[in-house]
Design a protein around this ligand. Structure first.
Ligand code: NAD
Length: 299
């Protein structure tokens, strides 16, 4: 935890993510020392989207840090739906594979819905299969989407109070907005979900004790939207070039401006993104334990 001159706490994801990765790595060493196989994650990438390639590289590197075997299945941009479905069916039936991750977004000729539905729920380490989303909304144990799960782990690590607080979520995607709203609700926050058709958005945000911003709009939120002392979670990732032509990553929140008034804020990069990768590792180990029959059952 680091404090700025204005006493705003910067919610750094890196230390929390590192400690999660270390704990998982110790766990895997114990399992393998006891003669068990290593966990294994299969990663699907279709096409050559640069951002997706960077995310996949980070995920595969994290697998190495934890002790998870990873295999990348990289398909050409014009691969058809049938080929992907066939490859998924094979991995679903492979007892040595614990997790299957399909990197999104997929090329537009593919049906994302059909592909995500085809992943076996017990291997769905991104938590996007309707079965796992159903468990999440029912408040039951299961594989949860990595980014929302990571946000909750970050809030817990920094001991941010949630019960009784007003949490406002901007964004209603299945990947971030809806699941983070459900998780905050389960921890007894009063939750408002906002989206592109919400009226008076800044005024609603200004009432938030916890504001989760997952809109995909570069630096949309400024300090006029913020209640003094609020906790701001910036999920957005945008690549831009600064005046000197240097590449830079920014979020959905105007960081320096909002930092001057917020009580807590996640940086971009170095906040939520680090937690997303750590949660993918946690989900893969969870799925592995289910497959070995050594974890608490949820199916
Ligand atoms: P999405 O495009 O699926 O959803 C965006 C949501 O924001 C929609 O529900 C839409 O209604 C709402 N929205 C759009 N414009 C709005 C506006 N002007 N006012 C109010 N609401 C508006 O995006 P997503 O997949 O949820 O991702 C959101 C952002 O988070 C993106 O920048 C994405 O790159 C990033 N992301 C980061 C991580 C991470 O690990 N840090 C993970 C997933 C997504």
């Amino acid at each position: 935890m680091s404090a700025t001159s204005s006493k705003t706490i910067i919610l750094e994801g890196a230390p929390t993510a590192k400690s999660i990765i270390e704990d998982l790595s110790i766990k895997i060493k114990e399992y393998t020392a006891a003669g068990k196989r290593k966990p294994a994650l299969a990663v699907f990438l279709v096409g050559n989207d640069h951002a997706s390639e960077v995310y996949i590289k980070n995920k595969i590197r994290a697998c190495g840090d934890v002790g998870i075997k990873s295999q990348l299945q990289h398909y050409a941009n014009n691969t058809d739906q049938f080929q992907i479905m066939k490859a998924l069916a094979k991995l679903n039936g492979d007892d040595t594979i614990d997790g299957i991750l399909v990197q999104l977004p997929l090329p537009s000729h593919l049906s994302t819905e059909e592909i995500l539905n085809a992943i076996a729920p017990d291997k769905d380490v991104d938590g996007l299969h309707p079965y796992n989303l159903g468990l999440l909304f029912a408040g039951r144990k299961g594989l949860q989407p990595c980014t929302p799960k990571g946000i909750m782990a970050l809030l817990a690590d920094y001991k941010i109070p949630i019960a009784g607080k007003h949490a406002v979520v901007i964004g209603r995607s299945n990947l971030v907005g809806k699941p983070i709203a459900a998780l905050l609700l389960q921890q007894n926050a009063t939750v408002t979900i906002c989206h592109s058709k919400t009226n008076n958005l800044p005024a609603i945000c200004k009432e938030a004790d916890i504001l989760v911003v997952a809109v995909g709009q570069k630096q949309l939120v400024d300090k006029n939207w913020i209640k003094p002392g609020a906790c701001i979670i910036d999920v957005g990732i945008h690549r831009q070039t600064d005046d000197q032509g240097k590449a830079k990553i920014v979020g959905d929140v105007l960081f320096d401006d909002v930092k001057s008034i917020a009580g807590y804020i996640t940086p971009v990069p170095g906040g939520v993104g680090k937690m997303t990768v750590a949660m993918l590792m946690a989900n893969t180990v969870f799925a592995y334990e289910q497959h070995l029959g050594v974890g608490a059952s949820f199916m």
